[in-house]
Ligand binder design. Structure first.
Ligand SMILES: *[C@@H]1O[C@H](CO)[C@@H](O)[C@H](O)[C@H]1NC(C)=O
Ligand SMILES: *[C@@H]1O[C@H](CO)[C@@H](O)[C@H](O)[C@H]1NC(C)=O
Ligand SMILES: *[C@@H]1O[C@H](CO)[C@@H](O)[C@H](O)[C@H]1NC(C)=O
Ligand SMILES: *[C@H]1O[C@H](CO)[C@@H](O)[C@H](O)[C@H]1NC(C)=O
Length: 580
């Protein structure tokens, strides 16, 4: 590698020495005027579970709660949706443990809701779930997708439904998989992703998020994660100033709640990896739904015990339906494309219809017992509750001066009015939810299984955070990993990423810088003399700050033990991968 080439590489890497004596240790946050929140809710907590439809989780509640739009018991799908004489599979209330993952790609979901490849029927007939399941060739799958849980197997949800509000018209934002739907929750668009988009997963999705709007208005947010925060897929959350808003759920959630220090917008992420010591609690097949129940119970009871409880609301929803049957037609008309971006080849999905209905709860002492919230009453006649309703409601609830994020949250129904129906908060909210004693799985976690698609994406995110994404083995980096290995890899990547970010903040780095770890920087530095920093500084146009790796430090005769990281100014393109 010639000096010229090395110089070009280093053009992107202005390394600022941590050990420089001129480092400022002051906290680099400007004081802002406090934004006043008028309404009763000062903190909204959002928990997005994985991959279950409304009818699968809550459909059978209708037996004891006829006001909820659940199952009558006579719903069915045929194994061939276009053949009225083919065998019918009816809904059943015997869901227990689902091992394999039903289909939920954009094609599979189209078949589930329309029964064929033609997507013009309105209302959508919701008659292809069994046909799609049959096509997967997995024994018992078509029965599984039509099954639902008996309410007494999900005692935490049954109690929450009786104590607070069930929203029985809340849809996934996109008839596609986990990741696009999770993007809608915080940014009202998936920026064109209808599945996994590798390039954007590496560089981070560039769209504006509700976190940015909150920040602009001087309000606070916090992300309480367990193995790896999927919110780091957003580029803007990789800014240095946001590093300190990521907290380990285990260490900090209860503490902050108890101290009354939860921020205005709280995102709780669950365990996405199923390992012996810490089994997954996200409800994703094949994970144990009983653990999901215990997790929801833990979150609720923590909030209930907080001095902030009377100014709080908790929204629990599911990213998507996970291939499970739901009888409510997916809205297929009057849904605006958020930002003009069309999905990729070969489907060119225009983001103009929603996904399948998912279970959603609204919990707060401002909500009356046994409330059911159906369709929203605006802002347009076609408006619906869907994941963008969260950003739309945050804007109204907290009176944000920022614009809507996209056309989608401007259109989505909002739920702030349900906090204004009482004069005072309730005093009778349960302090504890029912114990969940039974396991809903005949076995423990299997650490040695392959990764699911979403877990692969999380590993790709982790490889971005720790710099491995420039290796030739990316994007197959997770292919050789078992779930157990992947869990360790992801946790380690997150730990080092956040540590490095905090170190840079302490060193006085510009808070708008993005954190980017660059693999093998020490090799690039080799060959420059001791004045290399000055040389680069003279040439560099972008403001990059770095913490030196052990290797480079040895070369430079220094001794820090910090991970290798560079910090890139926000909005400048990376240019690193192609150069190395
Ligand atoms: C489903 O039924 C239609 C209409 O009878 C028929 O044309 C088609 O071949 C059937 N599909 C399968 C997979 O059996
Ligand atoms: C739908 O289209 C795909 C190709 O895009 C084809 O493989 C499949 O058989 C079609 N399914 C039906 C039910 O027509
Ligand atoms: C940080 O960087 C931004 C973007 O380049 C710049 O506008 C800002 O003035 C910088 N802040 C400080 C404190 O240097
Ligand atoms: C849920 O998770 C899986 C695997 O984690 C992911 O690939 C998919 O997009 C999501 N949907 C379903 C139904 O699994």
């Amino acid at each position: 590698m010639g000096l010229f080439r090395r110089t070009r590489i280093l053009f992107f890497i202005f390394v600022y020495l941590l050990l420089s004596s001129s480092v400022s240790h002051s906290f680099p946050f400007p004081k802002r005027h406090k934004h006043k929140i008028e309404g009763p809710i000062k903190t909204l907590v959002v928990l997005v579970m994985e991959n279950r439809s409304f009818d699968h989780m809550l459909g059978w509640l209708k037996k004891i709660r006829p006001d909820i739009d659940g199952l009558s018991g006579s719903e069915f799908n045929r194994i061939n949706a276009s053949d009225p004489t083919s065998r019918a599979v009816s809904v059943s209330d015997d869901a227990f443990f689902i091992d394999s993952d039903p289909g939920h790609s954009i094609q599979a979901i189209r078949e589930q809701i329309f029964g064929c490849n033609e997507s013009s029927a309105n209302p959508a007939p919701m008659n292809g779930f069994v046909q799609q399941a049959e096509s997967m060739g997995v024994e018992g799958m078509s029965k599984n997708v039509m099954s639902g849980f008996k309410p007494d197997l999900l005692p935490v949800y049954t109690e929450l439904a009786n104590e607070f509000a069930v929203m029985d018209r809340w849809f996934a934002s996109v008839p596609a998989s986990t990741q696009p739907n999770r993007f809608y929750v915080h940014s009202a668009t998936s920026h064109g992703a209808s599945s996994n988009v590798r390039k954007d997963l590496i560089h981070g999705f560039p769209q504006k998020t509700i976190f940015d709007s909150l920040d602009e208005n001087g309000l606070t947010f916090g992300i309480y994660y367990q193995n790896i925060p999927a919110t780091l897929f957003f580029k803007s959350l990789r800014k240095l100033k946001h590093i300190i808003k990521f907290h380990d759920y285990k260490l900090k959630f209860k503490l902050h709640a108890k101290m009354g220090k939860l921020p205005n917008y709280v995102v709780i992420e669950q365990r996405y990896f199923d390992v012996d010591l810490f089994p997954a609690n996200d409800d994703h097949p094949s994970h144990d739904v009983a653990l999901g129940q215990r997790f929801v119970k833990d979150v609720y009871e923590t909030l209930r015990a907080s001095p902030q409880w009377k100014e709080m609301a908790l929204l629990i929803t599911y990213d998507e339906h996970g291939g499970f049957y739901d009888h409510v037609p997916t809205p297929v008309s009057g849904v605006p494309n958020p930002d003009g971006i069309i999905g990729p080849d070969p489907y060119y999905f225009p983001f103009d219809r929603l996904g399948v209905r998912v279970p959603t709860f609204l919990i707060s002492p401002w909500i009356d017992k046994g409330t059911v919230i159906h369709k929203p009453s605006g802002p347009t006649p076609s408006s619906q509750f869907e994941h963008s309703s969260i950003a739309a409601t945050v804007k109204k609830l907290f009176n944000l001066q920022s614009n809507f994020l996209t056309k989608r949250d401007a259109w989505a129904g909002t739920f702030e009015k349900y906090f204004y129906l009482r004069d005072t908060p309730r005093e009778d909210c349960p302090e504890k939810l029912p114990e969940v004693k039974t396991t809903l799985r005949p076995r423990g976690p299997k650490e040695d299984v392959e990764l699911s698609e979403f877990q692969m994406e999380l590993i790709q995110l982790a490889s971005q955070l720790n710099g491995d994404y420039i290796l030739n083995s990316y994007p197959d980096i997770g292919r050789q990993m078992s779930v157990g290995m992947a869990n360790r890899y992801a946790e380690d990547a997150v730990k080092r990423f956040l540590e490095a970010g905090r170190a840079a903040l302490r060193a006085g780095a510009n808070e708008t810088a993005l954190v980017t770890k660059i693999y093998g920087i020490e090799n690039l530095l080799f060959g420059f003399g001791k004045n290399w920093l000055k040389d680069i500084k003279n040439r560099v146009k972008i403001d990059l700050i770095g913490v030196i790796s052990k290797g480079a430090c040895n070369f430079l005769d220094m001794t820090p033990r910090l991970p290798l990281v560079a910090f890139e100014e926000f909005d400048k393109s990376f240019g690193v991968k192609s150069e190395v």
